[in-house]
Ligand binder design. Structure first.
Ligand code: F6P
Length: 486
């Protein structure tokens, strides 16, 4: 638990995010729900289960009695309810695929050349953010704490406040916030910043994100007054006061470690390891996304096999790629690029009885995931930029015997917390990543153990409960929102 901070909230918690943690499947002519996954969901679900409340998020494109019934029955299994938002096909194309994932997503990950600054996207983004705000307004009361999540919903507070100016509305950004010389390319930069300042509290992942956000506010909204330093700032403007704090997200450490110790996981781990006798197993698990640095990682792996023959037949890379945002052309191109690389590396280096890369393009159920984490003595997590990267924390937590080496990109949000135990790499440096792989393979068991012990202690001491407590503590100290005398 986090530093004596409050672990409960005496007000109802209302989470608003692009998705609710359920997706829809057609089975035998019927629509049913299945749990969906992702960093945001795995962080927030335990919190709402423990606390109760409401989760507002998109639930397909059309309202129907059948959908509402399914949501009611899914909600019976825990203490919180769902409020669905219906996003039409047109809105999905322009708000979700367009503005969220072809403008904000690449820009905030420093990949400006991938942005498509289409004016229509911005109109839809506002329209859908208003829709989410209205759905939340209809179901909530003045006393509730509204907690909006992530880059798809930056403008929700703006529309929410039109009707409820004094409500408590907080925000958490799961992805990085870019530096001013990148952010300034956004044609709607002023509106986005002003919209953010309609929140009472903004949580970001790291001190660097906070520095960047503050620098953008200073640069592009110079008439706002900014106070504070380090990891805590207050911004005062015509809309009132906004607190900004870095609060790195995490995982449910105890639940994860318990899951990884289950007999079924241990058995499955043994059977996976049996298939790779005498080999080191490196694991990579990512959503299929160009920010994850998958082609760069594959090239580094190729460099290792090409330049150091002695490592052939010594290591296998198990690369899982979870399908994501499949309607967006960049993601389709990336899939072919990855598959061509895997096939060319396997073609160049495979020998009877040894395949350098085991490639999987599908999601993996939790138990299998835990067994894969535990089977792998190296994790290769090399995003070009990442808000946090919970896979890094999951991998370490699953290594309950303190074995395993974490190779981590210095551009992942997790790097400041995990840097002392991990081998940090620049994902753009092919030779450097290959070198880190050699270091991991050759590492003495004692050093492995000490590093992993340190990593797991860090994650245990700053887990999802600490994140929740940090948020609750920040809420307790918020000033009441009223327009400042600017
Ligand atoms: O944090 C990044 C994020 O967009 C989350 O909001 C989401 O849970 C995850 O990545 C998966 O993305 P999507 O909802 O677009 O599939």
């Amino acid at each position: 638990q986090g530093n004596g901070a409050p672990s409960s909230l005496d007000r109802r918690l209302v989470v608003v995010s692009n998705r609710i943690p359920l997706s829809w499947v057609q089975e035998g002519g019927h629509l049913t729900t299945k749990p969906s996954s992702g960093g945001l969901i795995s962080a927030l679900e335990p919190l709402l289960k423990a606390h109760g409340g409401l989760w507002v998020g998109s639930a397909g494109s059309e309202d129907s009695a059948e959908i509402r019934e399914q949501l009611e029955s899914a909600a019976k299994q825990h203490a919180y309810r769902y409020t669905p938002v219906f996003v039409t096909a047109d809105e999905q194309v322009n708000y979700y695929e367009g503005f969220s994932n072809e403008v904000i997503w690449p820009l905030f990950h420093d990949l400006q050349s991938r942005c498509v600054f289409e004016p229509r996207y911005w109109d839809f983004y506002q329209r859908v953010n208003r829709k989410f705000a209205e759905a939340a307004l209809a179901e909530t009361e003045q006393r509730d704490v509204i907690w909006v999540h992530d880059y798809q919903l930056l403008q929700v507070a703006h529309f929410f406040r039109e009707q409820r100016p004094e409500a408590c509305v907080a925000f958490f950004l799961h992805i990085p916030f870019p530096a001013p010389d990148i952010f300034e390319k956004l044609p709607w930069r002023r509106q986005i910043l002003e919209g953010l300042l309609d929140y009472d509290l903004i949580g970001v992942q790291t001190a660097r994100d906070e520095r960047n956000l503050i620098a953008c506010l200073r640069g592009f909204l110079p008439h706002y007054k900014i106070m504070g330093r380090g990891r805590r700032h207050s911004v005062l403007g015509p809309q009132g006061e906004t607190r900004i704090e870095a609060m790195p997200i995490s995982i449910d450490y105890r639940d994860f470690a318990r899951g990884a110790s289950a007999d079924t996981v241990v058995e499955r781990m043994a059977s996976i390891q049996k298939q790779y006798p005498g080999l080191h197993i490196a694991i990579g698990i990512d959503r299929l996304d160009y920010t994850k640095g998958i082609p760069e990682r594959l090239r580094a792996f190729r460099a290792l096999l090409r330049d150091h023959e002695e490592y052939r037949r010594k290591i296998t890379l198990m690369q899982v790629v979870v399908p994501s945002r499949e309607n967006i052309p960049r993601y389709q191109e990336l899939r072919s690029q990855i598959e061509q690389l895997v096939s060319s590396i396997n073609g160049d280096f495979s020998e009877p009885g040894w395949t350098p890369i085991e490639y999987m393009h599908h999601s993996v159920p939790r138990e299998e995931l835990l067994a894969m984490y535990r089977s792998a003595d190296i994790a290769l997590i090399t995003p070009l930029k990442d808000g946090m990267n919970l896979v890094a924390k999951e991998y370490c937590t699953a290594h309950v015997e303190n074995s395993g080496v974490l190779i981590l990109s210095e551009f992942a949000g997790a790097a400041p917390e995990l840097g002392a135990g991990a081998i940090l790499v620049n994902p753009y440096d092919e030779v450097g990543v290959a070198c880190a792989l050699r270091q991991a393979i050759e590492m003495e068991p004692r050093e492995r153990h000490q590093r992993m012990l340190r990593l797991r202690r860090q994650i245990r001491n700053a887990d999802i409960l600490g994140w929740r407590d940090h948020f609750f503590a920040a809420l307790e100290n918020l000033p009441e929102r009223k327009a400042a005398q600017a």
